[in-house]
Ligand binder design. Structure first.
Ligand code: ADP
Length: 486
């Protein structure tokens, strides 16, 4: 019997099982899209404590998968779920993964993150070692999985099982590198030769993402523009030198949007559905959202702006905070959903108290509310300082909520900025409060005074197609270029 070569994905989060951001959305969609296109795919991810697995037939495969740590023999539990016909394997070990959050609490990162995710990498490889055939490709994502390309780079030399397995590392955000004390390198089981400035070492520390970039057969990031930007000191987060050296194996492949989850034509979280060409449903969503947010009905015929995202410098939430007093002088509503730095949470809540009839701030994480805000608002704000790809602006486009965004990374690759005849949104060059404010004013002015033009822009936005199939085809090309016959 011939078995189709396997592409094994590794990820620290996957929607709908676990999620802190866009990485989860990508892993919830890309492997399944490939699977539906005929590629044999599977995913490995940690078994966290708080977990949505109902309906996916979760079962224990083994309680004691030995994990060959160099310092102590320990074991992992391996579970399997069926995700619409594709296997998802979960690596369990209570002491590492049975925690309230994935990576950190408000007080900071978990102290043992290096150990936790190295364990995840080692357990995945031990599990893959037990399959009948070695995977054709192991596709790792972000620093949490980045040691796998390095292990295979060295193990291939002596272990024939891995000789044909290629590795791909996708960087979803270069700012998160997994940087730890050097002694943890010597605990990792990587050979001493990897400890050099072109390998695992980064200014005396052990850098997991750097290690992966150095040893993966191919490196990708999530938009063509970000793939260029990260070669510069401005966006390279100190890794631009290594990335330039590895330029030959680096590609930018734009993420897709999962329209089976994010589409107002068929969205289980909305009070009513709507489609391009019949905007009445969007107005109903707006009415319902205003009610849900306890904002006055009078805002119905005023533009309602929204922001959804992590309250971090990357997302430019401080730019938003700094212009809210001026925005509140305009006849608009504003809804903000997110969590992150306490100082931003506190300031936003203070502003919301002051302007309670026009500004609503929800501190926290709510998947279903994110959908209703996308649908019920008119203009989506995304003043990111950098944006590897960004998914929320793609969702906003599909929901007919033109974005106002910085012209960086994936935002440049997905928004056609006004005044282009095919405009789908608005961009501004520099992430400073004044440019952001002026661009919002431009959008608000068009919304208020050029209704017909605005409707056209909404139509164009809603008809943009960032479906995963196109991006998945690029990954297939990439795997094949490495010699994998997927
Ligand atoms: P990033 O991965 O950098 O956080 P993306 O735009 O790629 O940004 O993806 C963010 C994802 O997380 C989207 O699905 C967005 O709706 C979701 N999200 C972010 N913050 C929240 C929140 N507070 N509540 C619900 N969903 C959120």
């Amino acid at each position: 019997m011939s078995i189709k070569p396997l592409v094994l994905f590794m990820t620290s989060e996957m929607y709908p099982f676990s999620k802190t951001g866009g990485l989860a959305d990508v892993l919830g969609a890309l492997p399944l899209t490939l699977h539906r296109m005929g590629v044999n795919t599977a995913v490995v991810t940690p078994m966290y404590g708080r977990f949505a697995t109902s309906g996916f037939n979760l079962r224990l495969l083994t309680e004691r998968c030995p994990v060959g740590y160099p310092w102590a023999p320990i074991t992992a539990e391996i579970y399997q779920a069926d995700y619409y016909g594709m296997p998802v394997y979960f690596v369990g070990r209570g002491e590492y993964f049975d925690r309230r959050f994935l990576y950190n609490t408000h007080a900071g990162d978990y102290f043992d993150n290096c150990e936790r995710f190295n364990f995840f990498c080692r357990a995945t490889l031990e599990w893959a070692r037990r399959l009948d055939w070695a995977p054709a490709v192991i596709h790792a994502h972000d620093w949490q999985s980045a040691l796998v390309p390095a292990y295979l780079h060295f193990w291939r030399r002596t272990d024939p099982y891995w000789k044909d397995t290629k590795t791909v590392l996708t960087i979803h955000n270069l700012a998160f590198q997994g940087r730890f004390a050097s002694r943890l390198f010597f605990d990792s089981g990587l050979p001493a030769e990897a400890w050099n400035m072109n390998g695992a070492e980064f200014f005396g520390d052990f850098n997991l993402l750097k290690t992966g970039i150095a040893y993966a057969d191919a490196v990708t990031t999530v938009s063509p523009t970000y793939a260029e930007e990260i070669l510069t000191p401005e966006f390279g987060c100190g890794l631009e030198g290594l990335l330039r050296r590895r330029r030959g194996v680096l590609r930018g492949i734009l993420n897709g949007a999962d329209y089976s989850v994010w589409d107002p034509r068929d969205d289980k979280f909305l009070p009513c559905i709507y489609r391009s060409g019949s905007p009445e449903g969007k107005l109903d969503c707006k009415r319902a959202l205003l009610k849900e947010m306890c904002l006055p009905d009078q805002l119905e015929d005023k533009p309602v702006l929204s922001f959804i995202g992590r309250f971090r410098g990357q997302k430019g939430v401080d730019l938003l905070v700094s212009i809210i007093p001026r925005l509140m002088e305009m006849e608009i509503g504003l809804i903000v959903l997110g969590e992150g730095k306490l100082e931003h949470e506190a300031k936003l809540q203070e502003l919301a108290e002051e302007h309670h009839d026009r500004l609503c701030v929800i501190v926290g994480y709510s998947e279903d509310l994110a959908h209703r805000i996308q649908a019920g608002s008119d203009i989506f704000l995304m003043p990111s300082r950098y944006e590897p790809c960004g998914l929320t602006q793609m969702y906003a486009l599909r929901f007919g909520t033109p974005p106002v965004a910085t012209a960086v990374g994936g935002l440049r690759d997905t928004i056609v900025p006004y005044p282009h005849p095919q405009a789908t949104g608005f961009t501004f060059a520099e992430p400073d409060p004044e440019s952001f404010y002026q661009t919002i004013c431009e959008a608000v002015d068009l919304w208020k005074n050029k209704k017909a033009y605005w409707r056209g822009m909404v139509e164009r936005a809603m008809s943009q197609d960032f479906s995963w199939e196109k991006s998945a085809a690029r990954y297939i090309e990439l795997y094949q270029s490495l010699g994998a016959r997927v």
